[in-house]
Design a binder for this molecule. Sequence first.
Ligand code: B12
Ligand code: SF4
Length: 465
Amino acid sequence: MADRNPERLGRDLILVNSPLKNYDLMPRLNNFTLPTLGLGYIATCAEAAGFDVDLIDAESLGLGLVRLAELINERRPRWVGLNLLAPTYPQSVALLQRLDPSIQVMLGGHQAKAMPAAILADPRLPRVDALVLGEAETRVPRLLQHVSQRASLPKIYWREDGRAMMPVVSSSNPEWLAPDLDQLPFIDRSFLPQDPYSDAGVLESAMVAARGCPFDCSFCGAAVSANPDVTIRMRTPANLLAEMDQLRDRLGVQRVRFVDDLFLANRKSMRATLGAFVAAASPIAWDATGRINILASAPSDLIDLMVSSGCREVALGIESGSDRLLSYIDKKISVAQTLSAVEKLCRAGINVKGYFILGLPTESRAEHQETLDLVQRLRCLAEPLAGNFRCSAFEYRPYPGTPDWVRLIHAGYSAREMLEYDASDSAQIPADRDEFNFSTGIQFGEVPVLEIRRNLAELMRGERR
Ligand code: B12
Ligand code: SF4
């Protein structure tokens, strides 16, 4: 990893990625988590604007709340900034309650955008000085100049004298909500404790190639209807290559992982970007997330281009083995397309990681079984081929702001109960990374939660053989 900069004290701002669990009470089982790139971008931009910023990724460091609060209070920054996600929200609340009251509080991230009014009204939160909705690289440095800037910037709310302040400020500058990705500085990796990291001896870094997603999968926090403010943008191939070169030259990075939703979501941009990687003879291998509908019908020269440009693994949201459920969650793919995409990729020597969700709303027992069967079918299909197939399966959880959330509230489910995640119940599920083993404990389909967990455990055990 890049060395931590000892000069950094974070006098102006300490950004915190809250831990998923309170590691004062239980040990962290993971030894790796992907870096918090959103906070990395904000930290890099604020530092470039002249502020003293630090970033504490409490999840990757396995820091418990008591130690985390001590670290922040000892340094007493002007501001602390938290990335709110639905499952980590309770940890963020507990952390804020422990902080010195002189520290101003800035909140952002998916949960901040999904339920701003509820957060501003949450009596457990001691204070909210700025709730920043959406992409924050350009607005945070302005806020750091002076808190009064919050009144003139778009999509910033706060609490004052117990009242929620939610002014409507028109966005005079498109850069406030949608920064030009090619103009952003590359993330200073010394902000990220586990990036680059060594995966079986290969040094890998994570990158964001695009922002926004045009699809509307009903369970997903990145779905277009949950993010109407996001303008879909893709970095140019030259800009991506420049960051990859820098990672290689400065840190010895050999592989990058594109964590965004769009890198492989469009054939035209795939050709332009991957063609540029080949033309530049980039020696860096890459992993990315892909869309099954695009890859299933991709012509063979495009798959060849993926291989020749260094593709090692593609992660696919397969989700379910039932065509009815795939249509219910608006995934815009079919089981036949999944089989075709996995076959094409593995035949070409590209590894596939398939994501599956068990216990989706309305899932029948037969459909549940279809998903379990599909995993086996894909394992068999890939067995004789050059690329490997592995599965990563999760118990369904609804997130606020998603199309599912709206449907479930209409169907009578309680928002409070759907936000109560429990990490302990599914802790018996073997997985290299336990960060996704969170359960609401609510049965949304025909199969009881305990049975879902047994099946998940079985699937993941199959992965280890
Ligand atoms: C990569 C990724 C991960 C990585 C890295 C996580 C991380 N901490 O960044 C890993 C695999 C580790 C991960 C884990 C989890 N993730 Co995740 N992840 C993503 C993914 C695919 C991309 C995130 C990303 O890098 N985007 C690009 C950057 C530039 O954008 P950004 O992170 O949103 O940050 C910008 C703004 O949101 C804002 N912002 C963010 N934080 C803050 C903080 C402040 C103070 C301010 C002012 C602004 C601000 O400014 C940033 C820069 O523009 C998204 C889907 C998506 N497309 O967003 C899901 C997503 C964010 N993850 C999600 C979840 C739930 C999780 C987990 C909680 C999983 C779980 N157990 O349930 C864990 C959390 C672990 C943790 N605390 O680190 C959900 C969030 C939904 C919700 N309402 O909470 C998403 C939307 C996916 C989904 N399932 O729908 N995740
Ligand atoms: S699951 Fe993937 S394709 Fe679907 S909305 Fe989310 S990011 Fe987009």
